[in-house]
Design a protein around this ligand. Sequence first.
Ligand code: PEP
Ligand code: MG
Length: 780
Amino acid sequence: MVIIKHEGGKIISGASMKDVPNILWLEEIRKEDIISVGGKGASLGEMASIGLPVPKAFVVTAQAFRRFLIETGLEKKIFASYEQLDVENNEALEKAAEGAKTMVLTAKMPVFIRDEIRKAYHKISPDDMIVAVRSSATAEDLPDASFAGQQETYLNIKGEAALLEAVQKCWASLYGARAIYYRAKQGFDDHTVNIAVVVQQLVHSEKAGVMFTSHPITGEPLTIIEGSWGLGEAVVSGSVSPDKYIFDQRSEKVDDILISNKKVEIIADGDHGTKLVEVTGPRQDAQVLSSAEITKLAMYGKIAENHYGIPQDVEWGIVKGTIYILQSRPITTIGNKKEAKEMSSQKQSTNAKILLQGQGAAPGIASGRVAIIREVKDTGSVKEGDILVTKMTNPDMVPAMRKVAAIVTDEGGMTCHAAIVSRELGTPAVVGTKTATHVLKTGQLVTVDGEKGIIYEGEIPHAASTPATVVQQAGAGASKIITATAVKVNVSIPEAAQRAAATGADGVGLLRIEHLILGLNKTPGWFITNNREEDFVRELHDGIKIVLDAFPGKPVWVRTLDAPTDEFRNMMGGENEPHEHNPMLGWRGIRRDLQSPDQFRLQVEAFKRLWKGGYDNLGIMFPMVSHPDEFVAAKAMMKACGVDVENATLGIMIEIPSSAIMVEDFIKSGIKFASFGTNDLVQYTLAIDRNNENVADMYQPQHPAVLHLIHNAIQMCRAYNVECSICGQAGSDPKMASWLVEHGISSISANIDAIAKIREAVARTEKRIILEAARTRDAE
Ligand code: PEP
Ligand code: MG
């Protein structure tokens, strides 16, 4: 339980209050002003200063917000209204948030602030110009502003009254339930949190989109531009499949153009807000950008990249032939932030002191200072580039996991939460060290080798071997090696979708949706009991869609929810989860969904919308099935929800020995595919807890009993011509992949970092089989 109670919180006062005006113009802002203008404001100012065509804008500073609080007497009142709040008590949280928001919304804005905003608005243009009003988080160290609900944006605002209302709404967004909850969990002092508001000329883009100024995975000098009709929100939110253009900076030529079928666009809705409308006629398939526009955009991208010193992710819009740059921020996937910590190519010290050993769960080497996290709320103190050390990660920690250089845990094996998420984030990780939280000290400088599973004392020079390099190799190999056995990729967090697609994988063999749901910080049950079903469906739909969009025309198998009850515990609604002695053997997977029809129905609703949206490549996989009756029941429930089950691609995970043994019965019950979940199949066959470091060395995916089950199931699938795959961690081991190909598996789904080596192992094995067959034939 987290009670909000801070004592003696600092309030911006003194010099900063006196010196910073209520309004700052873009031209006067630099990145150092982030504390006054927030991240968005600072970035816009910086762009304008280097001559990029940024739409006119001003910022209502954080100090203006603070003065508003002081003048209206809200400064103390607001905080006092929820000081004793137990944020785990959802009802109380919602009520407190509502109360605080209402106070901000109904307070009369002091005349001097109102006048300054009005004056600034008319200075932009004497007429009532249409503007976008966006909140701009000023807490630089807020791990993820979007989590904190500080991303309120009001588009298409016209006139003084509407503008003042939108500014006040942005201020109020600081007190949303999600924002309060998140700050409390992260240990932020609510007394001091401020918010700035950016007011910017709204560019009524006729076409808009995003641009990576260099290849987002490999860092090659290729500018990648995605664009579609209307406002950029359609591309950013993933509502549309945009055109894709590749500009090669070496030859200064447009290298590739991929035109998509653009079904929708977002446009201004009269004088207020926006709306999603259908794109009709030839515009659907028309090329959005001309070569000249692509070239000019790439040039602006290069200017931004040169200025910031690192590749940028840029939002742009074009109206009547004029290009506007709307936003620019660093791409974090290239070489990852960890690269900054990595030394130039020097030979690795062999006599460095080894502090600890565990299992190398995510490749890469990184150095940094230890940050020991004992409770989720401590993650607020984790800084960019730290080494996160904890007993075991859980979904609440993902925002912190995103910014650290490496992760080390006491517990867990290769298939635990920390291992799965680290691999996808491309963050080196060592799990199952047993004693890291005791042996390592906060602030200590260490080097983590995520391949070998070793933690060294101090900062050790080493050859750069970033996860991005690994993916680069995977991507580079993608076009060269063609395998008959499909090599697919596993995805758990949508933000990894682009990295996964860059490997050139033949599809997604497993999309774990529980990570997507766990990231929402509320259990499915919470959404249901709080009448927020639509939010749940939308989040699920949008997350899956990001992955589907990254794999056009390739199969994507999405697995229905499979989170053990203990993983739900820390979330809102988690208090209602049953306490189980053995969550791994408990109420998870399809067995839970079959007993929780509402939870299942909401997932099916998201799938239905995706199918309806034309994503025919979506297949659904049921986890933890132990008897064909469960498959039949799940199928019947889907049918009752209106799914054309006979034509949908529905399959199962084989992760309980019973399902491996009964695979023929499953085939007869109508499965279209089966995929080995060896992470569980091994633990249930050998009675070895996959998360228990004490028995980790007895956890053997290649145990004869496991191989026996797999072999028999593959043969049965082959006999009935049913696709048979693997998506457990064992599929990322080249030796195992080779064995599986020899035994006739149809596809292998591996981790992002393993695709290159798996593809090579598969190709070699296939060639060997062909060669041996030819030799045998010749000898006869
Ligand atoms: C498995 O069990 O092998 C699997 C892929 O599922 P999870 O790791 O999510 O249990
Ligand atoms: Mg499993």
